[in-house]
Design a protein around this ligand. Sequence first.
Ligand code: SF4
Length: 269
Amino acid sequence: MTAGRPVDDITSLLKRFGAESLERKGGISGINVEDDARALVNDLERYPHAFVLACIADRQTKSDIAWSLPRAIREAASGFEFDTLRGLSEDQWTSVLASSGHRLASEMVRLLPAAIGHIGDRYGGDASRIWANGSSGAAVARRFLAFDGVGPKIANMAVNILIRDFGIRLTRPMPDIAVDTHVLRVFERLGLLGRLEHSQLRSTQGKQQLRLQLRARELNPEWPGELDWPAWLIGRSWCHAGRAPECHECYMSSLCPRDGVASHSTAGS
Ligand code: SF4
């Protein structure tokens, strides 16, 4: 770690940025969807299954497509009650997904009805029981992992959103960071995680992802996943992968050691 830039200060600043960057109107932050699509996925009271379906769909496609998908399903089904969705035919699922623009549309035709089936069988049609009162963050992540198509990244992302954006109170152990390329890059540049220069590329990537998860636990043991949102947003906003980072604009600029960033390569410098 770089001398003179204490890890604790960088972690605190990261958390402060995360808290200041939440969606002011409440509900899910960081998605760019129309108001009625947002209202549906934010309605955990009446339609908690909308949130679950959007989380499952949020991979390998633009997030606005994933988080608008429940609205498209509602329009196709003329409603969004759980029993309405359970009664949708395969042709209806295929039709709505084919026009959704989702890159994994054919996979979603299988995964989303399967998710509805799982919510029906396991939770009696009430998806909010996944995050029932008294649950730990780890238990809720484990329940998300029971959905076909959900891996560790989506499971941790879903639980972190529930805590962060919806104020769902969960007990310890809290969820891990959702490992993501933006988050990994920002951790490395902030000097929170050293790079690996090992000989086997594939195992190096896997190890570095695990190291990121472990590092977040070290830095913020009370809730490792709290570091996920601010690091992701910094990566998306300023700390680019394919072009020079915009350090002069970045919230972390005052403390960031810019590890691995060539001094001549910052935009605007
Ligand atoms: S100051 Fe620059 S290198 Fe550091 S996190 Fe921000 S954009 Fe990335």
